[in-house]
Every structure is written in C-alpha cells, then in structure tokens.
Design a protein around this ligand. Structure first.
Ligand SMILES: [Zn+2]
Length: 464
C-alpha cells in the first residue's frame, strides 16, 4: 500500500475501555477525523473490517531495548524491538534510561538518544531511572518534566552499588517529583535480603536457575511494596509499582487503598500465565530468569482478580531479551544469567487468548489494561490509548477467531528462543495502523525505521 493521506476502516467492531459498537472510522493524516455508521467519505485507502475487532494500538510501558548489561546489550535494538511490537499490535513503548551513579541524568538521556534517535519504527517514550539522587540530580528533575516531556522517574529498591537508591534518596526524589507533577515508578524488592540469599546459595554451591527463584521469595517483594506505598503516602507523590508479581505485594497496595491512597500497579503478561515450576527444568529455566521471578499458581489467581478489582491497572512485559548464548553466561552460576525474557510481540495476543477467550477478563478490560490505562497514567490520553475523534490513528484490526502458534521460528523479535514456544493462540493481529499509516498488513511491516516518533508526555494524571 502507498502512503495515504486518508483511510477508511469500514464496519469493524470498535472496542475501547468503555464502549463496544460497530462503525466506520475515517482517518485523515495522523489522526481520527470522524467515526460513524456508513460514513459517506471516499478515502485513498479503504479497509474492510467486517467481522473483526478494532482496538486502539497497544501501549507497553515497560521495555528495555538496546540496554547495556554486563558488557553486552539486550538483543532487540530500537528498530527490531519496535517493529516486533507493531507485529503484535503494540504501537508505542516506554523504555528506560538508566543514570550511571556519579553522572548526570542529562548524560544518560543523551546516551539513550544516541541509540534510539532515528531508529524506531513504532512510537516511544522514556522513563528516567534515577540511580543517584543528590543535589545536582535534584536540579534536573524540573526540566525533564517540563522541557523533555519525560514525566516518570524509575527507582530501584534492589541492585545495591549499581541501581539501588536508599530510602533517604527515595524520599528526597519523591518530594521533588511531586512538586513538578511527575510520578515515581519503582522496582519494589528488598535488595539487601536478596543479596544475602544470593550469596548464601552461591556459598552452598546451589548454582542452577532454580536458586534465582529461591533467592527472591515473595516476602522480599511484599516488604518493599509496603515500604514504598508508605513512603509514597507520606510524601504524597504518585507511585507506580512496576512488574508486581505476587499476593503479598498486592495486599500491601490493597491495604493502602483502605486509607484512601491510590498506588498504580503494573503486572506483566508472564506473571499472569507462567509459574515457577519452569525453574525446575535445569538450565532451560534460564529462559525465564527475570526479576522478580515467576511465582506460584495462587499468585496468578491474585493478579487476575486484582485486574478485575481495579487494583492492577496495567499489563506490560518488561521485555528484555537476550540470545541463548548471552543467557549461557550464567550456565555455571544463576547470578550471572542476564535477567529478562522476550514478550514485546506476544503481549496483546497472549492477553487476549489467555484472558478474554478464557473469560478471565472482559473485552473492555482488555483494552483498558493493555492500551488505555498506560496512556492515562503516563500523560498521553486521549492522544494515545483510545479510538476517538482527534486521537492519533493508532489502531489494531484483530481477528478474534484465527488460531496460530507462537514460535521463535516465526516471531520478529531478535532473539533465538521463545518463552512461549508452541503455545496455541486464539485471535490474531491482522492490520496495524500507526498515526494513520498502515504499519503491519498481511504479515509484513510497511514502515521503515525513523517513522517512530518520540512522544513528549504531559504531567501525570492522578486519576484514571
Ligand atoms: Zn524492567
């Protein structure tokens, strides 16, 4: 298809977080011009969506592309990662810039821009990870929010000596971020407890991937989640817990709601559908070595319930792929396995097939947690995250009945294994539009790198 100025999607079943109806969508340039039954317009391109679902483009607010790690990089760069995302219906991602301790936030921003500028196929933004909060860092926060459109700041309560900040820094950062209208994302696990358990297991010669899991028991996450919500309550700074995995941590958030405190919670697709029994497969378990680790069946039940209770607002991926050769750096020692697994391409189809088809969530809830809430929480709504007049024409045309099988042989992520090899899916992304252009059609990507735009975000909304 040639680049089009106008595009008409005919007769699709449009599903947003709060509506479900059949209509036509007329797109002019990058945005939705109008929506209605039997629209009389002629368009340069017409797509018949009869019998298909029409969703807003997915937003994955937790990915790591081209991320430096132990002398290597996560194996998807900005081009391959955002392209794979588009194949799976995710039109925008939010990646993480990591400050180097001792350096400025600005230096890290420039380093990340150097790798991402001009290389993205899909739209993107950054969270700024603050790993060293001091008087100099403090002065940089305002400009990130007001000039760069980077309004969320990631913190780590683990990885001492590399990424972790202590509670004193956390409180200071929260006060500064609150003042300027931003939000704190947190990796909430107790780093000291985990470091102790890793050292203990290594000293005992317990070195297989199973001990990665056993070094991060549920309590390490529950304790940190509770400490974080307390600090967030004390400072009044909006908080967002990334990749929450377990019952104990979700209960800490549940308790916070009893004092009328809102804390946003993200889980990731893998925590909803995979469990820790995968770590019992010797070194093969390295495919799912990530932090926090996969949990128990009871935790999956808690997370699905949490979504339906409104306690869990977002389903992301924490996509951070490594080739099998890179994973093998930890063959003799679980603590050297690069953390992360590939899912950026699979999230929308997995959540549909495992969530909607299996009646765990409704269609509207599906759109809410995969598209709309990330846009609302991170200051992009209603430009992104919905299908409405004036919104960016980021749209998925989805066949709810088509069956297919996930495999490393057919995925588009730059990684030589799949965490979901052989999984049978019901429902397939057929056509994807990004700002009015056909990005994916008939199994082909029609956009080049450089089309993806850095999206400046607004101050965060505290209401969703
Ligand atoms: Zn992450």
């Amino acid at each position: 298809m040639k680049p089009s100025m106008s595009l008409l999607i005919k007769n699709g079943r449009i599903i947003t977080a709060d509506a479900d109806y059949v209509a036509d969508i007329f797109i002019e340039g990058e945005t939705v011009y109008t929506i209605g039954k039997n629209l009389p317009m002629n368009a340069d391109t017409e797509i018949d969506a009869t019998g298909k679902f029409v969703f807003p483009g997915g937003i994955d607010p937790h990915v790591h592309l081209d991320m430096p790690f132990m002398g290597t990089f996560s194996s998807d760069n900005y081009e391959t990662g955002t392209r794979a995302a588009l194949f799976g219906g995710t039109t925008m991602v939010i990646d993480f810039i990591l400050q180097k301790q001792g350096n400025s936030l600005r230096a890290a921003l420039e380093e990340w821009q150097g790798r991402s500028n001009g290389n993205c196929v899909g739209d993107y933004s950054f969270h700024m990870a603050v790993t060293d909060f001091n008087d100099n860092t403090k002065k940089e926060i305002k400009d990130f929010i007001e000039k760069e459109g980077i309004t969320s700041f990631k913190t780590f309560m683990a990885y001492k000596g590399a990424l972790m900040i202590d509670d004193r820094q956390m409180i200071g950062l929260m006060e500064e971020v609150k003042q300027h209208g931003g939000l704190i994302n947190v990796h909430a696990t107790n780093g000291d407890m985990i470091d102790y358990l890793i050292a203990k297991h290594r000293a005992e010669g317990k070195l297989s991937p199973l001990y990665h899991y056993l070094s991060q028991p549920e309590v390490t996450e529950a304790e940190a989640a509770e400490r974080f919500v307390d600090m967030s309550n004390y400072t009044g700074c909006p908080g967002y817990i990334v990749h929450l995995t377990c019952e104990g941590a979700l209960n800490a958030v549940r308790n916070a709601t009893k004092r009328n405190q809102k804390t946003f919670v993200e889980t990731c697709i893998q925590y909803l559908i995979l469990d820790a029994s995968l770590y019992e497969k010797d070194f093969d378990g390295a495919k799912w070595v990530m932090s926090p680790p996969l949990r128990e069946k009871k935790d999956q039940a808690t997370l699905w319930a949490g979504i339906n209770q409104g306690l869990v607002q977002v389903v992301a991926t924490d996509h951070c792929p490594f080739m099998w050769e890179q994973k093998k750096m930890g063959e003799k020692d679980f603590s050297k396995i690069p953390n992360g697994h590939p899912a950026i391409e699979n999230r929308m189809e997995l959540l549909f097939s495992e969530g909607v088809v299996k009646n765990r969530i409704t269609l509207n809830k599906y759109v809410e947690v995969a598209c709309t809430n990330p846009a609302k929480i991170f200051g992009m709504f209603p430009r992104k995250g919905t299908i409405a007049i004036g919104s960016d024409a980021d749209i998925i045309i989805f066949d709810p009945h088509e069956k297919h099988t996930l495999s490393a042989k057919t995925h588009h992520m730059n990684v030589d294994y799949s965490g979901y090899e052989g999984w049978e899916m019901t429902g397939k992304v057929k056509t994807v539009l990004l700002r009015g252009q056909v990005a994916i059609d008939n199994g082909k990507c029609l956009l080049q790198k450089g089309y993806g735009k850095f999206i400046k975000r607004n101050k965060v909304s505290q209401v969703i």
